[in-house]
Design a binder for this molecule. Structure first.
Ligand SMILES: NC(=O)c1ccc[n+]([C@@H]2O[C@H](COP(=O)([O-])OP(=O)(O)OC[C@H]3O[C@@H](n4cnc5c(N)ncnc54)[C@H](O)[C@@H]3O)[C@@H](O)[C@H]2O)c1
Ligand SMILES: CC(C)[C@H](C(=O)O)[C@@H](O)C(=O)O
Ligand SMILES: [Mg+2]
Length: 347
C-alpha cells in the first residue's frame, strides 16, 4: 500500500488539493490517502498548528501532498503557534532540506507573464532552494537595548555540511538538465554567503561536467526579469530561494502555476504549490489548481518512482493551457474545479 498524507491546510489549500487529488485518483488509482489537520485549521481544533497526529501521519506516509497554511485570523498569535510554523516544522522534522521549484513557460501563456512574450518564452529553470537552514532556523529573539529600544533578531547561519548537501543536489539537478549551475548568494556582504561560495566551489570538483557560476542575489533578481533564459539550475539559500521563486512564477505566468518538491535523504517528500493560502480569494472557487496538480506530478516522479504518470499529468496541464483554459490569475474566468476538469480532459 502506498500512503499519501493529504494536508490541505488553510485558505485555498483545501480547494486546490481537492482538485489535485481528483487528478491523482485517475492517473494513479491504487494510492491510499489519509487527511491530516495542519495550520490554522489545526490550531482551531487542537490548539496547535502541527498536532502530534499530523506529524505521525507525515512520518508514516510515503509522501505528503500539502496545500497551504496561513490565516489572517491568527496574525496576532505568538510565532510558535502561527499556522506557518506547521510547514516549517514539517520540513525540519522530516529532514526535507532540498526544495526543487521549477519554472517554465507553458506554451500559450506568454500573455499571462509579466515579461514581454519573446522574453517569457525563454524561461525554463529550476531553483534548488535550501529549506532547513538560514535565517528561518537560526536563533531568534526579542531584546531591549540598554536605552530601552526594542530589538528583533534572526541569525543567518549555515554550516558547511548543510551547504555541501544542497550543493550536491544543485549539481545533480544541473546534470539532468542543461549542465549549468548558478549559485546565488550575497558573498560581497555576508559571511554566511562567503562560506556558501567556498563550499560550493569545493563540491564542484565532483562535477567536472557541470559549469558553475556565481551571482549576487540582487543582480539575480534583476537578471530574472531582464533575461530569464540565461538560467538553467539555480542553487541558493532558504530566504533568497523563497523570494526568487515567487518572482520567477510571475515570469512564467502566475504563482498559481509553480509546483515544488521538498526532499531529504530518503525517498519521502513533501509536495506543495509555492503559493500560500491566498486569503484574498479563499472560498470563492477562483484559485488556480495547476500548481498543486503539478506538485502531485512531482510527487509521482520523485517519491513514487512513477515518472510516466508524472509526465502524463504535466502533458495534460500543458494541453489544457495551450487550448486556452485559464483561471482568473491567468486572465480567464474558469473556476478551480473547471480548470481541473480541463486538465482531466487532457489526460
Ligand atoms: N507554503 C505555504 O503554506 C505558504 C506559502 C506562502 C505563503 N503562505 C501564507 O499564506 C498567507 C498569504 O500569503 P501571501 O498573500 O503573502 O501569499 P499568497 O501566495 O497566498 O498570495 C499572493 C497573491 O497571489 C494570489 N495567489 C496565490 N495562489 C494563487 C492561486 N493558486 N491562484 C490564483 N491566485 C493565487 C493570491 O490571491 C494573492 O493575491 C500568509 O499567511 C502566508 O504566510 C503559506
Ligand atoms: C509560509 C512560509 C513559511 C513559506 C516559506 O517562506 O518557506 C512560504 O513562503 C513558501 O514559499 O513555502
Ligand atoms: Mg514563499
Amino acid at each position: 500500500m502506498t500512503l499519501i498524507a493529504v494536508l490541505a491546510g488553510d485558505g485555498i489549500g483545501p480547494e486546490v488539493t481537492a482538485q489535485a487529488r481528483r487528478v491523482l485518483e485517475v492517473v494513479a488509482p491504487d494510492l491510499t490517502y489519509e487527511e491530516g489537520l495542519v495550520g490554522g485549521a489545526a490550531y482551531r481544533q487542537t490548539g496547535h498548528p502541527l498536532p502530534e497526529a499530523t506529524l505521525a501521519l507525515a512520518e508514516r506516509a510515503d509522501a505528503i501532498l500539502f496545500g497551504a497554511v496561513g490565516d489572517p485570523e491568527f496574525d496576532g498569535l505568538e510565532r510558535a503557534l502561527r499556522p506557518e510554523q506547521a510547514i516549517l516544522g514539517l520540513r525540519k522534522s522530516l529532514g526535507l532540506f532540498a526544495n526543487l521549484r521549477p519554472a517554465r513557460l507553458f506554451e500559450g501563456l506568454e500573455d499571462a507573464s509579466a515579461l514581454k512574450p519573446e522574453i517569457a518564452r525563454t524561461i525554463d529553470l529550476v531553483i534548488v532552494r535550501e529549506l532547513t537552514g538560514d535565517v528561518y532556523f537560526g536563533d531568534k529573539g526579542r531584546d531591549l537595548t540598554p536605552a530601552g529600544l526594542r530589538v528583533g533578531h534572526d541569525l543567518m547561519r549555515y554550516d558547511e555540511e548543510e551547504v555541501a548537501r544542497i550543493a550536491h543536489v544543485g549539481f545533480g539537478t544541473a546534470r539532468t538538465r542543461r549542465g549549468r549551475l548558478l549559485s546565488v548568494d550575497k558573498a560581497n556582504v555576508l559571511e554566511t554567503s562567503q562560506l556558501w561560495r567556498d563550499v560550493v566551489v569545493e563540491v564542484a570538483r565532483d562535477y567536472p561536467d557541470v559549469q558553475l557560476a556565481h551571482m549576487y542575489v540582487d543582480n539575480a533578481a534583476m537578471q530574472l526579469v531582464r533575461d530569464p533564459g540565461q538560467f538553467d539550475t539555480i542553487v541558493t539559500g532558504n530566504l533568497f530561494g523563497d523570494i526568487l521563486s515567487d518572482q520567477a512564477s510571475m515570469c512564467a505566468g502566475s504563482i498559481g502555476m509553480l509546483a515544488s518538491a521538498a526532499l531529504g535523504e530518503t525517498g519521502k517528500g513533501l509536495y506543495e504549490p509555492i503559493h500560500g493560502s491566498a486569503p484574498d480569494i479563499a472560498g470563492q472557487g477562483r484559485a488556480n489548481p495547476c500548481a498543486t496538480i503539478l506538485s502531485a506530478a512531482m510527487m509521482l516522479r520523485h517519491s513514487l518512482g512513477r515518472g510516466d504518470d508524472a509526465d502524463r499529468i504535466e502533458a495534460a496541464v500543458a494541453r489544457a493551457i495551450s487550448e486556452g483554459a485559464r483561471t482568473a490569475d491567468l486572465g480567464g474566468s474558469l473556476s478551480t474545479e473547471a480548470m481541473a476538469e480541463r486538465v482531466l480532459a487532457g489526460l
